[in-house]
Design a protein around this ligand. Structure first.
Ligand SMILES: Cc1cc2nc3c(=O)[nH]c(=O)nc-3n(C[C@H](O)[C@H](O)[C@H](O)COP(=O)(O)OP(=O)(O)OC[C@H]3O[C@@H](n4cnc5c(N)ncnc54)[C@H](O)[C@@H]3O)c2cc1C
Length: 455
């Protein structure tokens, strides 16, 4: 029986074998310990463990297995909303396992399980190197990369998962494994796209790219220009080289004092992203968009760390609900459909399109389970849900947008941008999903690990 008293005893027993800590439902720290970055997620695990190192991770996994509990690894809780109930689950928070080492000569980074992207980009950038990090500085490196990893350098270098060179993890049977292309190759393949289904990742190593000065920033217009700007952007994306990765968004920014004045309380349309190195005249690439006379234009040559903040992603936990779909080619009717349901009354804080294709659309040699993203564009929309009424409004807004985009949706999803529970088969090519399920059944036959998206 899992009552509060039993769990308190379990917490004491487990804590005795850890350097880190364990928190149980009766503890005063429980509410803070169980909190996800997405504050709309009310996760209530049997226990929360904060391992300090890989030995602690192994102790948690061994304890769970013997005690008949399961383990949900979590870095930040940015994508916690699809998780099932956690009544018999130890939430294993990696937030105390931090650290970045950069091998400048080999252009390889090694990070500990709980490392956030800004911790990597800030150090790598000093050497003119860039990881394939995403738009948010405080998303966890491991969760992001296990799900694929779509960066502002993505169309040039592909998904982050395919730049991983080694993953160290604890598997369901308590083994500590270093998986590479030459050792535990099936597991290495499955991890790179298979999310948190296969073990608890304790450390990861991945390639960095020489990008000392990227041409990056944002262009901003009032929302009234949304139709014209989005249509021009779609046309433009058809012409740009693989070095260019951008997004286009309609935003209804809340009037929060901490936000910059240029966006605070406004409805706007924004194009942002990067032109990576190798393009002779990046300003010429942007010229067609600049002809639309943006009110703000921050594009300039910047060190790669600047990519961490061009999208103005929130850096504090917040309550929200979001959803993404993979889309094929878009036309004028698609833009109309998006603009029609993304106004200030939509309940949505933002409706975004990211340009895919390029290297993100090709399966590279030696790829993992998330070989590529299937589609030309990725939509992602969301809204703040600080109350049940807001949640209802955002859900309705997401449904309206989903229905409006249905003619262009190809039925596939991108794991990282999927915050509702969907059929996980839609993340992968059919043969890859079958292989992934087989590998999962071999390494975790009893389903010890609870991932946000179960394979
Ligand atoms: C504001 C914002 C901006 C974003 N921008 C981008 C972007 O530009 N590109 C992009 O691709 N994605 C982006 N994402 C999506 C993001 O990549 C996913 O939410 C990702 O899952 C976050 O990883 P996390 O570890 O921070 O979150 P968590 O919710 O902690 O982790 C998600 C899942 O990853 C697995 N996991 C995490 N750590 C481990 C571990 N140590 N071992 C095993 N499994 C683990 C677990 O299954 C967990 O449920 C963004 C999300 C937000 C909210």
């Amino acid at each position: 029986m899992l009552n509060t008293e039993t769990l308190a005893l379990d917490a004491v027993t487990l804590a005795a074998s850890l350097t880190g800590d364990v928190v149980a439902p009766g503890d005063k720290e429980y509410d803070l310990a169980r909190r996800a970055w997405n504050l709309a997620v009310d996760q209530r695990p049997a226990l929360v463990a904060f391992p300090a190192d890989a030995a602690d991770v192994r102790a948690v996994v061994d304890f769970a297995r013997v005690r008949g509990l399961r383990v949900a690894p979590q870095g930040t809780g940015h994508n916690a909303s699809p998780l099932p109930r956690l009544d018999d689950v130890i939430l294993l928070s990696t937030q105390r396992m931090r650290g970045v080492e950069i091998d400048v000569e080999r252009r390889i980074a090694r990070v500990a399980a709980g490392t956030l992207w800004l911790e990597v980009t800030s150090v790598a950038s000093e050497h003119g190197l860039a990881p394939l990090s995403g738009s948010s500085p405080d998303v966890g490196v491991i969760g992001y990369t296990l799900g694929g990893g779509l960066s502002w350098l993505g169309r040039k270098y592909g998904l982050a998962a395919n730049s991983v060179t080694a993953i160290e993890l604890v598997t369901a049977d308590g083994r500590f494994v270093r998986a590479t292309a030459d050792h535990e190759a099936d597991l290495f393949w499955a991890l790179r796209g298979g999310g948190g289904n296969l073990g608890v990742v304790c450390a990861m190593e991945f390639r960095l790219y020489e990008e000392p000065a990227v041409y990056a920033g944002m262009l901003l217009w009032p929302a009234e220009a949304a139709r014209e700007v989005l249509a021009a952007w779609v046309e433009w994306t058809r012409t740009v080289p693989d070095e260019v990765t951008t997004s286009a968004r309609i935003l209804h920014v809340p009037p929060l004092p901490e936000l910059p004045e240029v966006v605070r309380g406004r409805s706007i349309v924004v194009i942002d992203g990067a032109v990576a190195g190798g393009v002779a005249d990046p300003a010429a690439v942007l010229a067609p968009l600049r002809r639309l006379a943006p009110e703000v234009d921050t594009f300039a040559h910047v060190p790669p760390v600047a990519l961490s903040r061009i999208h103005m992603d929130p850096e504090q936990p917040m309550p929200y609900m979001g959803h993404g779909e993979l889309l094929g080619e878009l036309d004028a009717a698609a833009i109309d459909a998006i603009v029609d349901v993304s106004g200030p009354e939509s309940g949505l804080f933002m409706a975004e399109l990211r340009h895919l294709g390029g290297a993100v659309g090709r399966v590279p040699e030696g790829a993992g389970a998330a070989g590529r993203l299937h589609g030309q564009y990725l939509s992602f929309a969301g809204g703040m849900v600080a109350s049940p009424e807001m949640a209802e409004a955002v859900e309705a807004g997401l449904d309206r947008l989903g229905a409006a985009l249905a003619p262009w949706a190809n039925g596939a999803h991108y794991l990282n941008f999927t915050e509702k529970r969907v059929d996980p088969a839609t993340f992968y090519a059919p043969a890859d999903y079958a292989r992934l399920q087989e590998i999962r059944a071999t390494v975790d036959p009893r389903g010890l690990f609870v991932a946000n998206h179960a394979v």
